[in-house]
Each structure stands twice: as C-alpha cells, then as structure tokens.
Design a protein around this ligand. Sequence first.
Ligand SMILES: [Zn+2]
Length: 302
Amino acid sequence: MARETWVGVDVGGTKVLAVRVSADGEVEAMATRPMPGRNADESAVEDAVELAARDVYDDQEPVALGISAAGLVDGAGERYLFGAHLPWRNAPVRDRIAERTGLVVVLDNDANCAAHAELVVGAGQGADSMLMITIGTGIGGALVLGGRVVRGAHGLAGEFGHMQVVPDGLACECGLSGCWEQYCSGRALERVTRVALGRHLDGPEVAAMAFAGDEVARQAFASIGTWLGVGVAGLVSAFDPQLVVVGGGVSAVGDLLLAPARAALADSLQGTAYRPVPPLVPARSGPEAGAVGAALLARDRR
Ligand SMILES: [Zn+2]
C-alpha cells in the first residue's frame, strides 16, 4: 500500500521552508528556498513555494499541501490579504498553489500553523490555553483558548507583532510605528547589532557571535529577549494562558533569547508573589513549527 505523506511550506520574510511529514507527524525531509523579497512579483513567491515543496516530495506525491504564511490570511483560508514582509496583496494563494501542484491546499497564518503543531505534537499537547509567539523577520502570534486557536471575527486575531508598544516609535514595514516587532524580531536584532557595531550582520551571524561569547551579540539578544518578555507580560495579563510557546527562526538560539524574556515577564506582571507565572518554553517543533503545523493542518483538514 502506498505510504501517505503531507507537505507543509512556511513563507516568511527571508526564506521559504518546506517539510514533509509522515502520518504520525514525523518530519522526514526539509528544504529551504530564498524568499524573493517583499517588492518581488507575487508569482515569484509562488515559484519559491512550489520549488521548495517539490524539493521534499517523496517518490510519490503528498496527499495534500499546507501553506503557512506570515501576515493576514482570510477566515476562509483562501486568500493572503496583507503582510509587511511579503508581496501578496488580497491574493488567492490557496487556489494558485493548488493549480500549480494539482494538490489539495490548506492556507493559514504562520503562528496559527505553529500553534496547531505545538498542540498536536509539541510543547502544548493537551493544553487548554496557550500563547504562541513566533519570532522570525517579524513577530507572529496565536492564542489558544478552550483547546482551539482563537480566530476572531474575520480570522485575523493574534497579530500581536503590530501592537504599538512605543508611541511614535520606530517606523514599521506595515505602515504604523512603534510596533512590538520593531523591538523584538530578526530585524530588530540586526538593527540593535548595527547600531552597536556600525556594520550589518544578519541574524545567523549575530547568533554565531553570541554563541562564541561576543558581548555585543549577547546584549543584542538580551535586548530583543527583554522586549519579548515585556510584550508577553501584557498578553498574559489579558489572557492568563497555561503556557507560552516561542517558535520562529530567531528562537533557535534558545536561552540567549528566552532567559532574558523569562526575567522580563516576571518583572512586568503584577502580583507575581501571589499568582502563577506561566512557563515560557521553546517550540518543540523548533523554528520549523510553522511548516510542520501547515503539513499537519493539511493532514487534519475536515
Ligand atoms: Zn507594524
């Protein structure tokens, strides 16, 4: 009998990451393609999605394909509406990719996908309430209450990265200013490092320096980690989740980011001597949580 597999593709601001998963959710293959950039043609992004997906095909086609995308996806899962880091605008992405691949396609926001992965095979298994934060080029967010991802009236809930945390703060690619992701994201890490060193380094370069003990690089992670904890504290005050799971590419550095975040979370909540502070843990599916979640959504679709 043919073995069934599913493919998930995560479309972020800097790369397109594809995974193939088995029926029990094991990741069997992974591939990345560069994201053509937010000023590219929409079709160039679709080329990258299709190529990355085909990179992880087995010797037979997957049963279905899930797409995880950073930004606003409509409640029906048909269109990508808007995102600061991708060129798609009100684009019928689900049908375009279905036409290219001949597969059933499921489309959802990246943090919603990551939350699904963590609920099904990750750190949030069995959780009734969970806050999911993904840190990549920007910040993605998802809120789980009653064991389900809260979607809001239009499917757009959880866009925590564009909550204003600094009035008249740094300009954001979304058109607003002072957004949380301007202070806590891969872009923020690069900016903080550039200001300190006077030259540009990308996120993986800053991470390598931090692991080698470089103090400027460690301080850059401490800065965005502190902002992570401050922002999470506001969300914990609002929703009181059982746990907070952090995924996305930047989360690969682990405690360089999460230790200052935990400290800032404890410092920024009221009454911590008299209330539980939820654990802040890394996504078990790692930085691939979005892609894995997209594949599992494709597997679990109704
Ligand atoms: Zn913004």
